[in-house]
Design a protein around this ligand. Structure first.
Ligand code: R5P
Length: 291
């Protein structure tokens, strides 16, 4: 088997190669003067099982993925598995208004071309997996995040909305502490309203867990609520750290004690790797490694 890391998932690709003890494909990636991407593979991968690891975010990385897929298919790989640490566009998973594109479906259908299987991490909603036209699986980085938080002596976990409740419950069980959740109403892409609620957080070291931190609005509101209610410290943890629109400043202004994310999107806050859950899922769901 060969592992091919795209430019947006170098850390996970290297980590997977080490864990699975399989070689990385040597590549040349460059950009033409007009900024178009160029891919060249240097290893003979004909007849091999190939894992392509590339986060589909932002847009330029999706084009890179399509070119990598084309090169791997053309080189005669026996099977192609695409590992999408973060599935960009997956939040537009239905038509909210008539006339809109279902972005998750559009991207998934194109990624499915010439591949055998797709694996992604903590998709916002599981039903997006059905948009791929090949077998698609998801895994969760919650246990890796929970282990990190346990080592930091977190003793209360909070979900910022009902959608993140199961994730918080799972993390709390692994940490062996209490959890609760807030009620969030989204006003628009960058504004949220959190309904006030009495939390059992006084004097506690709290971690707020969500799948994504985008503008940081959800987390900033939740931090303020917890600090108001006497939490000793508040850390925020997510799988996918997009950190757009001044998120970092917003979180620090809200008196956040620590920001933690995985490496599905590589940032200064990527303190844990999603490679472990991906490797486990590969072992469970594909025949590639077993053969
Ligand atoms: C939405 O339901 C997601 O789980 C996150 O809560 C959301 O994407 C976070 O966005 P932001 O950081 O912009 O508040």
């Amino acid at each position: 088997m060969f592992i091919l890391g795209g430019t947006s998932a170098k850390n996970i690709a290297t980590n997977l190669a080490n864990r699975l003890q399989q070689p990385l494909v040597h590549t040349t990636y460059k950009r033409f003067p007009d900024d178009e991407f160029y891919v060249r593979l240097h290893d003979n991968i004909a007849g091999q099982d190939v894992l392509i690891v590339q986060t589909a975010y932002p847009d330029t990385k999706i084009v890179e993925l399509f070119l990598i897929q084309d090169a791997v298919h053309d080189a005669g790989a026996k099977t192609i598995t695409v590992i999408l640490p973060y599935f960009g566009y997956s939040r537009q998973d239905k038509k909210f208004e008539e006339g809109e594109a279902i972005s998750a479906r559009a991207i998934a259908q194109h990624i499915s071309m010439n591949v055998d299987c797709v694996i992604t991490v903590d998709p916002h909603k599981d039903h997006v997996l059905k948009f791929f036209t090949v077998p698609a699986y998801s895994c969760t980085a919650v246990s890796t995040i929970a282990q990190y938080l346990k080592d930091k002596n977190i003793d209360f976990v909070l979900a910022p909305d009902k959608g993140a409740k199961e994730r918080a419950k799972e993390a709390a069980a692994l940490i062996n502490c209490e959890y609760d959740f807030l009620e969030k109403t989204r006003i628009d892409g960058s504004t949220v309203k959190i309904t006030p609620k009495k939390l059992d957080a006084r004097g506690k070291h709290v971690a707020i867990i969500d799948d994504i931190i985008s503008t940081g609005g959800t987390m900033a509101h939740s931090i303020k609520e917890l600090k108001k209610q006497g939490a000793a410290s508040v850390s925020v943890a997510c799988t996918h750290g997009l950190f757009v629109g001044g998120a970092k400043e917003k979180l620090l202004a809200a008196d956040c004690d620590e920001i933690i994310s995985t490496d599905t999107i590589e940032t200064e806050y990527s303190k844990v790797s999603a490679a472990e859950c991906i490797a486990e899922t590969l072992l469970k769901t594909t025949r590639i490694i077993k053969n």
